[in-house]
Design a protein around this ligand. Structure first.
Ligand code: SF4
Length: 453
């Protein structure tokens, strides 16, 4: 807990990665992608491919990923993705859909071997229409970053590679159950630098048990030696279902106060080093290429575990974290005859759309454009969500003029408290659905409520 403006608060309640949380999704009937071609027509769409395979499961991980899968299992998954691409391709062709960006995330996409990586790029190239020079983002991990695979990324004109380094301390990496050493991360970054890709991002974690402000600053300084274009710094969360939960039960504790100090010193350091703070987690080198955050435009997900956003319709496979539940979902995905049938998701009401819009803009630079909001919804965010007025009085929000437009934006202290403030914007209806999901799964020790990191 930390003391802010005379109040004790936990700065790390929930990461509002996307709203609503997947646990608020439910079964859908009679819904088909074919009914939503209007939102898929034209250019500027985003495509996401989820590769749900990892070498080992990190202790904090609550993403949709499985371990121990060999080449045969990966091929079987890619066969299903290819069937999905062909079926989606027919829908997309019918409405002239054109994609401006592609993200291949996971999991660890570069766990695929070179033949499989090549197969992914050529299947997308053959069946999906991309605009000229699309943005292409690929996530990687140190152990999977090899010359051959980076060569394929360069050949595919990948524009951004994001590497999960997390820390340059072997002790901290062990505490996170990461499977690579700090030296392996150094070698991988050296290799990556040599490929001249337009944008390199490094992900790091703070709030690790045993980590100090000094050790976090050492990690940041070492990361900067590789001249990344962007850095994401994530507070450590251990939610129900993640491996480290067992250690928490045996006495391991997270210290939000220590994590908050690391955040404050780390963000100050990065700003002083010439990085622009775009959100609580994201820092972009001044003058660097601004890559949009995901989830703003119409976005279609391929594979199992990724989310699609098509107008008010959001859908994905049912939420899963553990090996058993993720494998079950993968099997269902592979057995599916028609991928254009949408049977799990949510339709957002007008009120939920407003909340989503506020959440997606307020926590990211430059903030919420008040005029655009009024044009879109015919109201003001302060009227729609009175909590915003309270935040303004408490000094977490202000109205900022930029390029002759007025933005509702977090102050520096509000930005650092994004994970405390964000959950207050969840509607009672969505909370109820999330809680219902939790109650349904609370007796299952292998599954639980969690956030996306
Ligand atoms: S945190 Fe990333 S690398 Fe680690 S298990 Fe999860 S998806 Fe895999």
């Amino acid at each position: 807990m930390i003391m802010v403006e005379g109040q004790m608060m936990d700065p790390y309640l929930q990461y509002m990665y996307s709203y609503p949380h997947k646990t608020a999704y439910g079964p859908l009937e009679g819904v088909s992608l074919w009914d939503h071609t209007e939102r898929l027509s034209g250019s500027g769409l985003s495509l996401y491919l989820h590769v749900p395979f990892c070498q080992t499961k990190c202790g904090y991980c609550d993403l949709f990923s499985v371990t121990g899968q060999g080449s045969e299992e990966v091929d079987r998954y890619l066969d299903a993705v290819e069937r999905q691409v062909l079926q989606y391709g027919q829908v997309l062709d019918s409405c002239g859909a054109e994609f401006s960006d592609l993200t291949i995330g996971g999991g660890t996409p570069l766990l695929l071997d070179e033949r499989q990586i090549d197969r992914v790029f050529s299947m997308l190239d053959r069946n999906i229409r991309f605009q000229r020079a699309p943005g292409i983002v690929v996530e990687t991990a140190p152990n999977q970053t090899t010359k051959g695979k980076l060569g394929l990324l360069r050949q595919a004109h990948v524009t951004r590679v994001s590497m999960g380094v997390q820390s340059f301390s072997d002790r901290e990496l062990a505490a996170l159950w990461r499977h690579h050493s700090a030296d392996r991360a150094r070698q991988a970054l050296d290799l990556l630098k040599g490929y001249g890709l337009p944008c390199i991002n490094v992900d790091l974690i703070y709030g690790i048990p045993g980590q100090t402000v000094d050790s976090f600053l050492r990690t940041l300084k070492e990361a900067l030696a590789y001249e990344p274009d962007e850095l994401f710094i994530y507070p450590l969360y251990v939610k129900h279902g993640a491996g480290l939960e067992r250690q928490m039960r045996e006495g391991m504790v997270l210290d939000p106060g220590a994590a908050f100090c690391q955040y404050q010193e780390g963000s100050r350091f990065l700003r002083a080093e010439g990085f622009r703070q775009v959100s609580m987690r994201r820092f972009v080198r001044q003058g660097g290429r601004q890559v949009p955050e995901c989830g703003f435009s119409t976005s279609l997900a391929l594979g199992c575990g990724g989310r699609s956003y098509v107008g008010t319709l959001h859908f994905c496979t049912p939420y899963a974290i553990t090996q058993e539940t993720c494998l079950e979902q993968i099997q269902r995905f592979e057995e599916r005859a028609d991928h254009t049938v949408i049977d799990h998701g949510i339709f957002l009401s007008a009120g939920e759309e407003k909340r989503r819009y506020v959440i997606q803009h307020l926590f990211i630079y430059p903030g919420l454009d008040l005029e655009q909001y009024a044009e879109r919804f015919g109201s003001s965010p302060m009227e729609d969500l009175p909590v915003l007025e309270r935040w303004r009085r408490e000094g977490f929000l202000s109205v900022r003029e930029e390029t002759s437009r007025a933005f509702l934006a977090l102050t520096e202290s509000g930005l650092g408290l994004s994970d405390h403030l964000g959950p207050q914007l969840i509607s009672p209806e969505i909370y109820e659905k999330m809680e219902r999901w939790e109650v349904c799964h609370k007796n299952d020790p292998l599954q639980g409520q969690s956030e996306e990191l």
